[in-house]
Structure formats: structure tokens, C-alpha cells
Design a binder for this molecule. Structure first.
Ligand code: 13P
Length: 263
């Protein structure tokens, strides 16, 4: 595999938390906190994923104050436009200058019955509109017992990447369902094993170059106290953080993991 350096990526998935006014206050504080700590945003990219209704406010703030923070949405429609009540087009996200969109989060797979086909269609829609998909994959506790850790995430990623162009920009997030919101994170070694298997899927689906440059995140009970262990693994390039991304100090400490390696 070609030797490339992948910029570490710390992403905060707010889920259904913080309204647009709270989002403005939060993003301002987060930017101040990181800038105050002299965070090098080129060395570790940081992005937030607020609810749809916050995105316009976040865009306005980021662009007016030239904040070095990225942002994205938590879902996108597979359709471009039309009679799809409640859906949000990738074209709208693109207009709001969203760099990213989370696709196939386990909460959407479980609570909204999103199948691999839906995740595949949404991935294609995001790419069509120039928004980088953050494709989430992960096994449940039951899958883990029956099939081991890699089988389900590998199959999910293979399905999502079918037909995707080899030069497409995607991010992959490995989130074991049993680790989400449970306080029981995977071990760095467990995350590395699955991330390595996922990188092989990227090689098979998109080729070596894509596998070399594509970032694979770990998600599931990431905190400032365990992030450094994940980031030491060669195939883990960042984190998709849920609960801990709602606390400015905690999230900025996660982004600044290089300062507390060994914690
Ligand atoms: P927690 O960090 O709260 O476990 O959530 C992880 C997650 O689902 C991020 O998308």
C-alpha cells in the first residue's frame, strides 16, 4: 500500500441534542477553547455534526468568524428533490457548505430500518452532491457472539461502496453497536482488527490509493481518557464521538489527544 499520511479526524455527532441557539454558543466556545490551546487544525481536523435545524446557524458562524472547524449533517435523503416529506436533499447540504454527512448510523439502521441498500443509495447521493459521506458500520452484541467482530461491518461497508468511483472521498466509521452510549468502549486492539479488515474492503472496492488515503474512525464510548490508545493504532485515523462531543472541554481534550498520549 502506498505510504500516505492521513490527517486524523475528530468528529462530534451531537445526535438529537442542542437547538440552533445552543449550537451557536457551543461552536463559539469550542473554537475559542481549541484556539486558546493553540490547536493545530491542519494536524488534527475537527468537525461537528449538529441536527439539521442548526446547520444554517453553524454555517453562518463558521463563515463569518472564519472558524477552522468543519461541520456536517447526520443524514441525507437518497433522493434529489420531490414529494419526500421530511427528507433533506444532498443538494441542500451542499448549499450549506456541509463538508460531511453521517450515513447509516446504527441508530438509523435500527430505529429507522435503514438497510444496506438504503445506506448504499444515500452514500451515492452524498457523493453526487459533493458531500463526503461518513459511512457507519458496526456489529451488535448478538452479531459479535455469532459472527465475530469483523463479518458484519465488512459486509456493510462492501454494500455501501458498491459502484463508488475509485477517486471518491469517503470516511468510514467503525462503531460497534454494543459500545455506543454504553460506557464500554472496544479495546484499541479490537478497533484496530476491524479497521484493518475495513481497509482491506476499501482496497478491494476502490483500490489501493483509496485505501491509503481513506480515514477510518472508531466510535463508541470515546472519551478524553481513552482516545490516545485508539489513535496509536495504525488503521484508526480518528473518532466519531457521541456523548462526549456535547461537552466543550471534553471534546476539545479529545481533539487534543496528542497532548495527552499516555494518559
Ligand atoms: P457515544 O460516544 O455516546 O458512545 O456515541 C458514539 C456514536 O454513536 C457516535 O456516532
Amino acid at each position: 500500500m502506498a505510504a500516505v499520511t492521513r490527517t486524523p479526524f475528530i468528529a462530534g455527532n451531537w445526535k438529537m441534542n442542542l437547538d440552533h441557539l445552543q449550537a451557536i454558543a457551543f461552536v463559539q466556545k469550542l473554537a475559542w477553547s481549541l484556539q486558546d490551546a493553540k490547536h493545530d487544525f491542519d494536524a488534527v481536523e475537527v468537525a461537528v455534526f449538529p441536527p439539521f435545524t442548526d446547520l444554517r446557524s453553524v454555517q453562518t458562524l463558521v463563515s463569518a468568524d472564519k472558524l477552522p472547524l468543519g461541520y456536517g449533517a447526520q443524514d441525507v435523503s437518497a433522493q434529489d428533490s420531490g414529494a419526500f416529506t421530511g427528507e433533506i436533499s444532498g443538494a441542500f447540504l451542499s448549499q450549506l457548505e456541509c463538508g460531511y454527512v453521517i450515513i447509516g448510523h446504527s441508530e438509523r439502521r435500527t430505529l429507522h430500518n435503514e438497510t444496506d441498500d438504503v445506506v448504499h443509495a444515500k452514500t451515492a447521493a452524498a457523493l453526487k452532491h459533493g458531500v463526503t459521506p461518513v459511512i457507519c458500520v458496526g456489529e451488535t452484541a448478538e452479531d459479535l457472539e455469532k459472527h465475530g467482530s469483523s463479518a458484519v461491518p465488512v459486509a456493510q461497508l462492501r454494500a455501501a461502496l458498491e459502484g463508488v468511483a475509485s477517486d471518491a472521498d469517503v470516511v468510514v466509521a467503525y462503531e460497534p453497536v454494543w459500545a455506543i452510549g454504553s460506557g464500554q468502549a472496544a479495546t484499541p486492539d479490537q478497533a484496530e482488527q476491524v479497521a484493518a479488515a475495513l481497509r482491506t474492503v476499501i482496497t478491494e472496492s476502490l483500490g489501493e490509493d483509496a485505501a491509503g488515503r481513506t480515514r477510518i474512525l472508531y466510535g463508541g464510548s470515546v472519551k478524553s481518557g481513552n482516545i490516545a490508545g485508539f489513535m496509536r493504532e495504525p488503521n484508526v485515523d480518528g473518532a466519531l464521538v457521541g456523548g462526549a462531543s456535547l461537552d466543550v472541554t471534553e471534546f476539545s481534550n479529545i481533539a487534543r489527544y496528542q497532548k495527552h498520549v499516555g494518559v
